[in-house]
Design a protein around this ligand. Structure first.
Ligand code: NDP
Ligand code: GDR
Length: 321
């Protein structure tokens, strides 16, 4: 039986990855940080089947101890301060978690389990300002937020540890991926949650920022499979993961409100508060390397993703009633 260690197991991707690895027969160990409450809502259905261990991305000792005690075959480093907007109000903390946290995890592996395989959760935010489209592995990085800058660091330190210490360390440059488990502050889930509430008469408007930003949105359940495939390669390498299609925030509103026969124009208001100091205008992936080398393709198209998320939010509020 293989052992996988997942940092960020309580997050959106961690929960889907844990499900995938359990289905493959792995022993799954998840890192959680100490809190006075234990609201592990995304993995509530898995808590009897995964082992949870306490460590923090800010604390080298706890990370090294966890890797030493677990002796994982595979390490998935998903933990991060992942909300771009917050990276402008907490830039130093974002750097500590999202950039230096990667070095701490790599050091933990190098010292305590150097034969393990390491996955780093890199991001399309590293591409930032449009230099070429679609964005591929060779596209230069030009991040536009403290989060994006931190992820560029995490990406290059992973490459550097691979080359310096001959570690099996890969970086998956994943474009936006969403699901009914997406955090409520991210724009897709903010929209689908509001659509459900508006449909049920619980809310009357939705305030958003830039409606023209374009993203390549896929389904998180598909993307964790790409992470696993990267760690099964003979040689470590980095991959872009996305759908190859791009839609605007406005397109997402049209589809989500349309799914319950509403017109978004009657409810969506623009609010300066949600605009960003610097924006990423257009992201669209070229996932052809992943298709060829990993045999990976996304399964859930945009329209299905939107209706899945709207249906889940509607069902949740209807249950609460
Ligand atoms: P989430 O925000 O849903 O989850 C983040 C996870 O990190 C949570 O489990 C959180 O724990 C944990 N975490 C945060 N800080 C610490 C810390 N100091 N110590 C230990 N754990 C910590 O993110 P996603 O699941 O959406 O994303 C997973 C990873 O992939 C992130 O690194 C993200 O930046 C990256 N990414 C995501 C993309 C996406 O579209 N979803 C695209 C590309 C990259 P807690 O529950 O305690 O807060
Ligand atoms: P992103 O996701 O920044 O791409 O990062 P987010 O959903 O926050 O924003 C997407 C786009 O929507 C615009 N937008 C708004 N965004 C939010 N959150 N709230 C609003 O009200 C709003 N109105 C418009 C934004 O300006 C932006 O252009 C996500 C995260 O998961 C990262 O961790 C990950 O690395 C990248 O995706 C790939």
């Amino acid at each position: 039986m293989k052992t996988a260690l997942i940092t960020g197991i309580t997050g959106q991707d961690g929960s889907y990855l844990a499900e995938l690895l359990l289905a493959k027969g792995y022993r799954v160990v998840g890192v959680v940080r100490r809190s006075s409450t234990t609201p592990y809502e995304r993995i509530a259905h898995l808590v009897d089947r995964v082992e949870l261990v306490s460590a923090d991305l800010l604390d080298q000792t706890s990370l090294t101890d966890v890797v030493h005690e677990t002796q994982p075959d595979e390490i998935y480093n998903l933990a991060a301060q992942s909300f771009v907007q917050t990276s402008w109000t907490q830039p130093v903390l974002t750097g500590e978690f999202t950039a230096l946290g990667v070095t701490r995890m790599l050091e933990a592996m190098r010292k305590a389990a150097p034969k393990s395989r390491f996955y780093q959760a890199s991001s399309s935010e590293q591409f930032g300002k449009v230099i070429e489209t679609p964005q591929r592995e060779s596209t230069p990085f030009y991040p536009r937020s403290p989060y994006g800058v931190a992820k560029v660091y995490g990406h290059w330190i992973t490459v550097n540890y691979r080359e310096s210490f001959n570690l099996f360390a890969v970086s998956g440059i994943l474009f936006n991926h969403e699901s009914p488990r997406r955090g409520l502050e991210f724009v897709t889930r903010k929209i689908t949650d509001a659509v459900a509430r508006i449909k049920l008469g619980l809310q009357h408007e939705l305030r958003l920022g830039n409606l023209e930003a374009r993203r390549d949105w896929g389904f998180a359940g598909d993307y964790v499979d790409a992470m696993w495939r990267m760690l099964q390669l003979d040689e470590p390498d980095d991959f872009v993961i996305g759908t190859g299609e791009t839609y605007s925030v406005r397109d997402f509103c049209v589809a989500a409100f349309g799914a319950v026969d509403l017109d978004y124009l009657e409810y969506v208001k623009q609010d300066e508060k949600f605009f960003r100091p610097a924006e990423v205008d257009l992201l669209v992936a070229d996932p052809s390397k992943a298709e060829q080398r990993l045999g990976w393709t996304p399964k859930v198209p945009f329209a299905e993703l939107v209706s899945m998320m709207v249906a889940a939010d509607l069902a949740r509020y209807q249950r609460q009633r």
